[in-house]
Design a protein around this ligand. Structure first.
Ligand SMILES: [Fe+2]
Ligand SMILES: [Fe+2]
Length: 250
């Protein structure tokens, strides 16, 4: 309103200077109406511009220079997508492994294999912790199936342990075989771009070696002497591969 008054005064002065014969009250009303009209026009024009900018993706184009993802080349985007997938599935795998050993320890925690299982469990905790840290750093989301792998891992570990230490070791051999192969596949793919994937290559290679060590430890603890070893091993392997496939997807 203050602006309106200034405008009216300015127009009155203009009328006086030029000697125009215009009724003052009429002019004030006219100015008032005109001012309201222009105010409305400003709002409508702004809305129209925003609408047009949205329609023509102008906003996206304007902000593109400030967006890190939009600046990435197709190759960089592809690399990021691969890393996201790897981190998500590895994190899911380590959560599952942590729960498997937790289940085994819940049943066999007071037997002569407790120390061996505890050592492997401690390493799995470290693996999980590392992926917990990497996920936010690489801006990767975890799999939505995490709650399921939490329960399924514990049930698998405790269930096989209830059938005896050899069956628990048979489960370990099957799981670690699939995980080692899975990590080897990832290492091969990451080696396509070792400069960019240096950190992941180092971490996954170290974990792969430790998973292989778990496999060998379980073999040393007579996993192959478990009843129905081949059948149980195949079932666990199929389950693990299914979990990897699902965690890759969602
Ligand atoms: Fe692990
Ligand atoms: Fe392991």
């Amino acid at each position: 309103m203050a602006t309106t008054k200034v405008s009216i005064k300015w127009l009155h002065n203009l009328i006086k200077i030029n000697g125009w014969n215009i009724h003052t009250e009429f002019t004030a009303e006219a100015i008032e109406s005109f001012w309201t009209f222009t105010e409305n026009c400003k709002i409508y024009c702004s809305l129209f511009c925003i609408g047009m900018a949205y329609r023509t993706n102008l906003i996206t184009l304007c902000f593109r220079q400030y967006s890190t993802s939009a600046k990435r080349s197709p190759k960089e985007l592809r690399d990021k997508s691969i890393r996201d997938r790897f981190l998500r599935v590895d994190h899911a795998g380590e959560v599952g492994a942590d729960r498997i050993y937790a289940g085994q320890m819940a049943v066999l925690g007071k037997t002569n294999v407790a120390n061996v299982i505890q050592h492997m469990w401690d390493q799995e905790k470290e693996h999980k912790k590392k992926f917990d840290e990497l996920l936010p750093r690489y801006r990767t989301r975890p799999t939505v199936l995490l709650p399921i792998w939490n329960v399924a891992g514990f049930v698998l570990g405790a269930g096989t342990a209830l059938l005896g230490p050899k069956m628990a070791m048979a489960c370990t051999v099957a799981v670690e075989t699939v995980i080692t192969d899975h990590y080897n596949d990832q290492i091969r793919e990451l080696m396509n771009n070792p400069e960019v994937n240096g950190e992941l290559l180092e971490i996954i290679s170290k974990f792969r070696d430790e998973e292989m060590e778990h496999h060998d430890t379980a073999i040393l603890h007579e996993a192959e002497k478990a009843p129905l070893y081949q059948a149980v091993s195949q079932i666990v392997k199929i389950g693990c591969k299914g979990a990897i496939w699902l965690s890759n997807k969602i």
